[in-house]
Structures are given as structure tokens and as C-alpha cells.
Ligand binder design. Structure first.
Ligand code: PEP
Ligand code: CO
Length: 446
């Protein structure tokens, strides 16, 4: 195999990359980016890998979630706070239900680049480049807005840093204190069976904390903060390369733009640029696994991405769709188990279940999502493998993007508060319902 360098991917075919008109400007921006401080540290990245290894061996569960695509406009206190609140609330439900630790990972602080199925978008007679995420161009439908703009790389780095800074402050300080779960309340929560279940769980948790503190005579310091990691699709390789740094101990290269970058379904070709870039970084990494991947190809891909078979290094995030998972997953899970390769299995029940409604909204049905999750647990148990994580598109807002769930949203409810520029997200109530389902599934001993 060729020698890896942070730029060795440039000799391979890189899909889904923007075409910039002014290459001088791109060079300037990348030079600036490569001199700015990293957003995370190698110590944090290593710690996450250890926790993922624990999850893969059955001692923790990975909860990864956030927007399909973050937007610059949503880089504000309230939106970030609500995302954190919903993920923390979900993790509590999971901890109480599964009696396992939960590794919390946001699709946040850098989830700005989107793969698209077509290079252009047509509206009437007008055809313009597709919107590829706020790091590349703007979602408005005019030639100026759709032109890829290299300055947006810097704007994305800055928003990622601002988001990261706020997350760190919240997860270290009083906000994340388990003694004060009221900090995570959301203002619009209705009095539903789900919210009552959550309140009951908090009450029994408070009792347990009081008990623990009495027997250990003092406040339990570890309960006053939470671990929270970041992740994004490592799609825009020039950006990822500019944030790739050697660590203090000079043991190799880390992508220090995020803790856990992942390779998307459209860019996981074994001889492609993304796989080349990812194989050389020391972060734990994810790869999306969809319906077109055969078992032998998957085994080859795992060997390239994790040649030393390091536990926690590689998370396989499968996304087949409710209808296909039972037919597709067994061959892959069985082949990986037989090969003795270490992977963490996570289920993305969102991306195989996207549909368009008659009135032109992209949506997902809550029932398809739950059905894919339940099947994933069952198939892994049947194959002798273990589902150790979930990957969701969700928000802490009260949006109407996915149908079904506790409020039984229908297609005609979608226009009321549909905000996503790309994929539909679970709203708060739907996300909490999934957390209860996961708690039940992990408890039932799969
Ligand atoms: C995504 O996670 O938003 C995404 C584009 O997923 P996939 O690569 O699985 O299609
Ligand atoms: Co998506």
C-alpha cells in the first residue's frame, strides 16, 4: 500500500467535493485554517476511542445524534442548549433502562457539509448547483448563493469553535449537574405519557443519588458534569486535511476538527479519496453501511480502515431501511463475526427510511424508524453480534418533520413547522420516545 500522508488522498478520486472558481483564494483560506488552533485534543479523541471499545464489548451504549446538517443561523445559545438537553435527557433514560454507561456524541460543532444525489437542482427552467451545506454554499436559490465560496470554510470553523466552546462550558459547569435535572427542561413539553414517564424516572434517579451520597458521605463529584463528544461527516477533504495535526507526542496524525469523523454512504469506495484519508488518522472513525455493500467488500474495507484491528477504532453505522434490514444485515454481521475483526455496530434508522410526500416534503415515518431499530437488535442477537449504538437525526425543537410518534403527526401537519433544509429530524417528543424504546430493547438482554 502507498505511504499515507494528510494529503495522499489527493491522488484518488474524491467524490462530492465542491468546485471553487478561485483557486488562489482557496489556498489562502486553507493556509489560514491550518494555522488556527485545533477544536479538540488528541487526549479527548483517545479517551473516546477507549469508551467506544467498552461499548463494543457490551459495557456501554453509544448515543449519537443531531441535525442532518447544522446551519450557521442555528449557531445560537438556545438551539445549542436544546440539542444538548434532549441528548442528555435521552441518555438518562437509556442509562436507567439499560444499566449501562452511555457515550454521548453530537452530530454537532462541524456537521456542515452534505453529500447530494445530484450536482444541480432545477426549479422550473432554472438550473443551479445543489446546496451542499453551509460550509460550501448557501441554501437560497440564486446563482450567487449557490456558488461555492471558500470563505465559508473559515465561517464554518468559527461556528464550530463557538459551538464547541459553549458545549464544553455547559458540560463542565452547573448545567450538566445530575442534582439539577430541571436544567434540561424544555419549555414546550406537553403533559404526555412520555413526559410523565420521564418525570417518574427523574424522581427515582434523585432517590438513588441521595442514597449514594448518604452512603458515600458527600456529593458525588462525577455527577456534576457529563462527557459529550462531537462528530461530523468528514466529507470536505480540504477542510479535514487543514485540521489534521500531529499530536504533542508525535505519535501520528489526528483530525482535530472533531472527535469522531465518519465516512458517508456515497464516499466509502475502497479506492476512493475518503477511505485513503481516513485510514491514516488516529481518531476513532465511523463508516456508513448501506444496501449496496457486499460482505466481502465490507471485510476488505474494515481491513483497510483498521489494519491493526484496534478495538473502538471503527464504528459501522448501518442504514438499510425498515424493509431491507432483515435481508441485508445478517450476511454482513455474520461475515464480520467470523472474520474476528473488531467493530462497533451502530444503527442509523433514519437514512434508509426517507420518503417524499405528495406535497413535496422529505419525511420519515416514526413507525419505520422504530421498526428498523427493533429488527436491528433482533438480527444482531441472532447473528451473535451486538448492537452497541444508535445514530439519529434529531433536534431539541418542536418541529414537524417526521410523521407519527406520540403526537401522531400526519403529512398534513408537516408544513406547520418544517425547518430542515436537508433531511427530516425527530422532534423532542419523538426522540424521547425512541430513548424509551432503546432502554427497553437494551434491557431485554440483546
Ligand atoms: C447523513 O448522515 O446525513 C447522510 C448523508 O447519511 P448517509 O451517508 O448514510 O446517506
Ligand atoms: Co441526513
Amino acid at each position: 500500500m502507498n505511504t499515507w500522508r494528510p494529503d495522499s488522498w489527493q491522488s484518488r478520486t474524491a467524490l462530492q467535493q465542491p468546485v471553487y472558481r478561485k483557486s488562489d483564494e482557496v489556498e489562502d483560506v486553507l493556509r489560514t485554517l491550518s494555522q488556527l488552533p485545533p477544536l479538540v485534543t488528541a487526549w479527548e479523541v483517545d479517551r473516546l476511542q477507549t469508551q467506544l471499545a467498552e461499548a463494543a464489548s457490551g459495557r456501554a451504549f453509544v448515543l449519537q445524534g443531531g441535525d442532518c446538517s447544522e446551519s450557521f443561523a442555528d449557531c445560537n445559545a438556545n438551539t445549542i442548549l436544546r440539542k444538548l438537553k434532549v441528548i442528555i435527557q435521552m441518555s438518562l433514560v437509556l442509562i436507567c433502562g439499560s444499566k449501562q454507561r452511555v457515550v454521548r456524541i453530537g452530530r454537532i460543532a462541524g456537521q456542515y457539509a452534505k453529500p447530494r444525489s445530484t450536482d444541480t437542482e432545477k426549479r422550473g427552467a432554472v438550473e443551479l448547483p445543489s446546496y451542499r451545506g453551509d460550509i460550501i454554499n448557501c441554501s437560497g436559490f440564486s446563482p450567487d448563493e449557490r456558488e461555492p465560496n471558500p470563505q465559508l470554510l473559515l465561517r464554518a470553523y468559527e461556528r464550530s469553535a463557538l459551538t464547541m466552546n459553549y458545549i464544553r462550558a455547559l458540560s463542565e459547569g452547573g448545567f450538566a449537574d445530575l442534582h439539577h435535572p430541571e436544567n434540561w427542561d424544555l419549555e414546550f413539553v406537553r403533559n404526555t405519557p412520555g413526559s410523565r414517564r420521564y418525570q417518574e424516572l427523574l424522581e427515582s434517579l434523585s432517590d438513588s443519588i441521595r442514597f449514594m451520597e448518604i452512603v458515600s458521605s458527600g456529593e458525588l463529584e462525577q455527577l456534576t458534569r457529563v462527557n459529550f463528544y462531537t462528530s461530523h461527516e468528514g466529507l470536505h477533504l480540504l477542510y479535514e486535511q487543514a485540521l489534521t495535526r500531529t499530536d504533542q507526542r508525535q505519535r501520528g496524525y489526528y483530525n482535530l476538527s472533531t472527535h469522531l469523523p465518519w465516512i458517508g454512504e456515497r464516499t466509502r469506495a475502497i479506492d476512493g479519496a475518503h477511505v485513503e484519508y481516513f485510514r491514516g488518522i488516529r481518531n476513532p472513525i465511523g463508516v456508513k453501511v448501506g444496501n449496496t455493500l457486499a460482505a466481502d467488500e465490507l471485510i476488505d474495507l474494515i481491513r483497510v480502515l483498521n489494519p491493526q484491528n484496534i478495538p473502538g477504532r471503527l464504528t459501522l453505522i448501518h442504514r438499510f431501511g425498515a424493509e431491507k434490514i432483515a435481508a441485508r444485515l445478517p450476511a454482513l454481521a455474520t461475515a464480520v463475526r467470523r472474520s474476528g475483526l473488531n467493530v462497533l455496530w451502530s444503527c442509523d434508522p433514519m437514512h434508509g427510511n426517507t420518503q417524499s410526500t405528495r406535497n413535496g416534503f422529505k419525511t420519515r415515518s416514526f413507525d419505520d424508524i422504530t421498526s428498523e431499530i427493533i429488527t436491528a437488535f433482533r438480527v444482531h442477537a441472532d447473528c451473535g453480534t451486538r448492537l452497541s449504538g444508535i445514530h439519529l437525526e434529531l433536534t431539541g425543537e418542536d418541529v414537524t418533520e417526521c410523521t407519527g410518534g406520540p403526537a401522531n403527526l400526519t403529512e398534513s401537519d408537516l408544513p406547520r413547522d418544517y425547518r430542515s433544509q436537508v433531511d427530516p429530524r425527530l422532534n423532542y417528543e419523538q426522540a424521547m420516545e425512541i430513548a424509551f424504546l432503546l432502554a427497553e430493547q437494551t434491557r431485554s438482554g440483546h
